[in-house]
Design a protein around this ligand. Structure first.
Ligand code: SF4
Length: 77
């Protein structure tokens, strides 16, 4: 099982809660400051999709729960 994260950057309203709850996974991207997945966790180099270790599951789940626009999805696969 792996932990996958996805950011719907269209839905994102740049509230930055995800950066607070999982700062090692979600990083602000220029120019508009919307979050992207940090480089080391990216899936096939995509900025909106990644795989994170189990140890970060709770953190990314908190980000998912607190994102006001429902832009973050976390699932185990
Ligand atoms: S918490 Fe949600 S709305 Fe806020 S920056 Fe992150 S993805 Fe965007």
């Amino acid at each position: 099982m792996v932990v996958k994260v996805k950011i719907d950057r269209q839905k994102c309203v740049v509230a930055h809660f995800c950066l607070f709850y999982a700062p090692t996974v979600f990083i602000p991207m220029l120019p508009e400051g919307k979050p992207g997945v940090a480089e080391q966790f990216r899936l096939n180099g995509k900025i909106d999709e990644g795989i994170v270790p189990d140890s970060l599951y709770e953190a990314v789940k908190e980000a998912e729960k607190n994102c006001p626009s429902g832009a973050i999805k976390v699932y185990k696969e």
